[in-house]
Design a protein around this ligand. Structure first.
Ligand code: AMP
Length: 190
């Protein structure tokens, strides 16, 4: 089993890289952001609730995302492993994820952090706003809020996995293909 957390600020390229890596390793890609956006599009109860937080650049409550991940993991009992993208984003989410995997006799194999400087993040998200039309990319104050939530609440999750000897950091600036091959190389050694 290969259970990977792709970590980094919004706009680091986690979704792009996850999509390229799943094919290579036959893993299941779980992006809480994508799942929540689908729930919003479907106008489910969860989607309506989540939208209030997402539009402001805040985190949705832990219970909601943990519940989503629990359901997805349970629904893929024969998976070779998972790539978690955008999850966990808080310490309680990380602890719940570890407990979920432990119940299945598994664990996180490694967390890979894509490092991208703030101003590059802002520029990328502003470009993405016009390409993908995501509402939370449209407004610079929402982007800045997501960045500060990342620093204050999410970044400490990296320290949690570092203590377990599971953190790897790579430079997230550069050509997409180059980054993918670095990641494939790194994951192959886990
Ligand atoms: P993303 O596409 O990963 O950037 O997620 C978009 C938005 O969805 C975030 O800004 C949060 O509002 C929400 N979200 C996604 N994943 C999580 C998570 N693990 N915990 C809390 N909120 C999340």
């Amino acid at each position: 089993m290969l259970n990977i957390i792709l970590f980094g600020p919004p706009g680091a390229g986690k979704g792009t890289q996850a999509a390229r890596i799943v094919e290579r390793f036959g893993l299941v890609h779980l992006s809480t952001g994508d799942i929540l956006r689908q729930a919003i599009a479907d106008q489910t109860e969860k989607g309506v609730e989540a939208k209030k937080f997402i539009d402001r650049g805040e985190l949705v409550p832990d219970e909601m995302v943990v519940g989503i991940i629990e359901e997805k993991i349970a629904g893929h009992c024969d998976a070779k492993g998972f790539i978690f993208d955008g999850f966990p984003r808080t310490q309680p989410q990380a602890e719940r994820l570890d407990a979920m995997l432990e119940k299945r006799g598994q664990a996180i194999s490694g967390m890979v952090m894509l490092e991208v400087p703030d101003e590059e993040v802002v520029a990328r998200l502003q470009r993405r706003a016009s390409i993908e039309g995501r509402k939370d990319d449209q407004d610079e104050s929402v982007i800045r809020n997501r960045l500060s939530v990342y620093k204050e609440t999410t970044a400490p999750v990296a320290a949690y996995y570092e203590k377990k000897g599971k953190l790897q950091q790579i430079n997230g600036v550069g050509a997409v293909e180059e980054l993918t091959s670095q990641l494939i190389d790194l994951l192959g050694r886990l």
